[in-house]
Design a binder for this molecule. Structure first.
Ligand code: NAI
Length: 483
């Protein structure tokens, strides 16, 4: 079997060489097609950080094993790491955080064992990177959470949890504040949970989850999250088990999956031959299991765990009173321990059940499908305008812009209502949201909205607008704070 390999920048080539030599020593039979991705590819003028040949090879082979890559700063280019995940719809980012015997943490010292898998949505959320300056003072980021995207991720997470024999699967979210976006994610979570009654599914608000993870991490098993919150919580979990040097990551997609360490290129130690290859090795083990090389993965993992148990370490972790090995020596120590079993956490050699389930494909390109059966109508519009006038002045100017179709319902600033009622203590910025609703709750046409836009533009710059939709009798928009 052939996989695509991108060595990466900084310590990337050093740790990749270490991991591939461990694979080879365990006779995986894997062949590697090295592809050009990373900083030096940007520098050659490829604006997405990879050559067309690299893209073709990865799309043909379906598996990319990659080292960390640097995004050149100040050139306006997007991270090749994020581009790769998004281009190939690797919708699930799976990160496993396990206590490793020999890697001392406050929890290991207290005898608390951690085994947490975070399944993080990998495409949507603020990572769409759709951002605009509405005024010189006000920036806006659009946060997309979609039903099909959430469904695909959450189905994958439940399927994986079932195969893993999970005790508990928890949805982390902030649906109490972001009622529509995180609310949608949470709804989909419980819809899918109904199909898995044998799993103990629950949810936690993300701030509480963060605290609980630090206080009682052993309570958690599989955690499903949206992109940004999942990113933050997974680094928190990395800290629980000893830091980023022990944090692997698998980006799972329908056609292409990417395996990489969570950490970056570590420019401060690049070229010194002292980097810790463990996180990339753990990512490599997820790769081996993903393609069914279960026995190789178990032999290597047992050797790694045994090596760590012996107190063998690179300079970034472990008992500082013991000498640190360099990357090559650490790698040879692992290879030398093939066949040895660790005292804790030994993996069975014979297991024909991949821990990572096959990907979850949505049928019939249902990404384009809408589940809604309700009657939809436009009942108003939010007009985002630039102004440094007081709310009352804006209201007086805008009441007549409503004409015969709209009435001005309220004005808000940074999401807080400031007209018709509000507080003089609310701090204002130079961008307001004017909420217009249809008179008599009658349905509006887009042309009506354009008419309002034209009228309003006589007095103000309209920075942005959003339609207010109703689905049957349900509002498909949020209220302003205080409305
Ligand atoms: P970093 O993870 O590269 O380094 C943070 C600290 O951890 C440094 O002190 C480093 O020496 C240490 N460290 C990281 N990996 C290590 C290892 N395997 N062994 C021993 N020590 C290790 O984070 P930083 O400095 O914020 O980012 C450096 C570059 O990496 C940036 O250009 C960033 O964009 C890129 N990056 C790439 C990622 C990827 O390819 N997936 C992920 C994160 C950052």
């Amino acid at each position: 079997m052939k996989i695509a390999v991108a060595k990466g920048d900084g310590i990337g080539p050093e740790i990749m060489q270490a991991v591939l030599s461990i694979f080879d020593a365990s006779n995986t039979g894997l062949q590697y097609e090295f592809v050009d991705m990373g900083k030096w590819v940007f520098d050659k003028g490829y604006s997405n950080g990879m050559t067309p040949e690299a893209q073709k090879t990865i799309e043909e082979l379906g598996i990319l094993f990659k080292g960390p890559m640097e995004t050149p700063k100040g050139k306006g280019v997007k991270s090749v790491n994020v581009t790769a995940r998004k281009t190939w719809n690797t919708y699930a980012n799976k990160r496993v955080f396990q206590s490793l015997h020999g890697v001392e943490t406050v929890f290991s010292k207290a005898g608390i064992l951690i085994d947490i898998t975070i399944v993080r949505e990998n495409i949507e959320d603020t990572y769409g990177g759709i951002e605009h300056m509405l005024t010189h003072d006000v920036a806006l980021s659009r946060r997309f959470i979609t039903r099909p995207g959430s469904l695909q991720l959450i189905k994958y997470a439940f399927e994986m949890a079932k195969k893993k024999g999970t005790r508990r699967i928890t949805c982390g979210h902030k649906a109490n504040i972001m009622k529509l976006t995180d609310g949608l994610f949470l709804d989909v979570f419980y819809e899918v949970a109904k199909e898995y009654p044998e799993l103990n599914a629950d949810d936690k608000i993300v701030d509480d989850l963060a605290m609980q993870l630090v206080v009682k991490p052993e309570q958690y098993d599989v955690i499903v999250m949206t992109n940004l919150q999942g990113d933050i919580i997974s680094d928190l979990c990395a800290g629980l088990v000893g830091g980023l040097g022990f944090a692997p990551s698998a980006n799972i997609g329908d056609h292409i999956s990417i395996f990489e360490a969570v950490h970056g290129t570590a420019p401060d130690i690049a070229g010194k031959g002292i980097a810790n290859p463990t996180a990339l090795l753990l990512s490599g083990l997820a790769l081996l299991r993903h393609i069914g090389l279960m026995e190789n993965a178990a032999i290597i993992e047992n050797a790694l765990l045994y090596t760590l148990e012996q107190g063998i370490r690179t300079g970034d972790f472990g008992d500082r009173s013991k000498p640190a090995l360099n990357t090559g020596e650490f790698t040879q120590a692992i290879i030398g321990n093939f066949g040895k079993m660790p005292a804790q956490g030994a993996k069975p050699l014979l297991s024909n059940m991949p821990v990572t389930p096959t990907v979850f494909k949505l049928e019939n390109n249902s990404m384009m499908e809408s589940a809604d059966t309700e009657q939809e109508k436009i009942v108003g519009v939010d007009m985002f305008i630039e102004s440094n006038e007081q709310p009352e002045v804006i209201a007086q100017k805008c009441l007549h812009h409503g004409g015969v179709k709209f009435k001005l319902i309220n004005i808000s600033n940074r999401g807080t209502q400031v007209w018709p009622t509000g507080s003089k203590y609310t701090a204002l910025v130079n961008q307001y949201n004017l909420r217009f609703e249809s008179l008599n709750e009658s349905a509006l046409k887009q042309q009506d909205v354009i008419g309002l836009y034209v009228s309003l533009s006589a007095d103000y710059k309209v920075c942005s607008l959003e339609l207010l939709n109703m689905w049957d009798d349900k509002k498909a928009y949020s209220l302003a704070q205080g409305q």
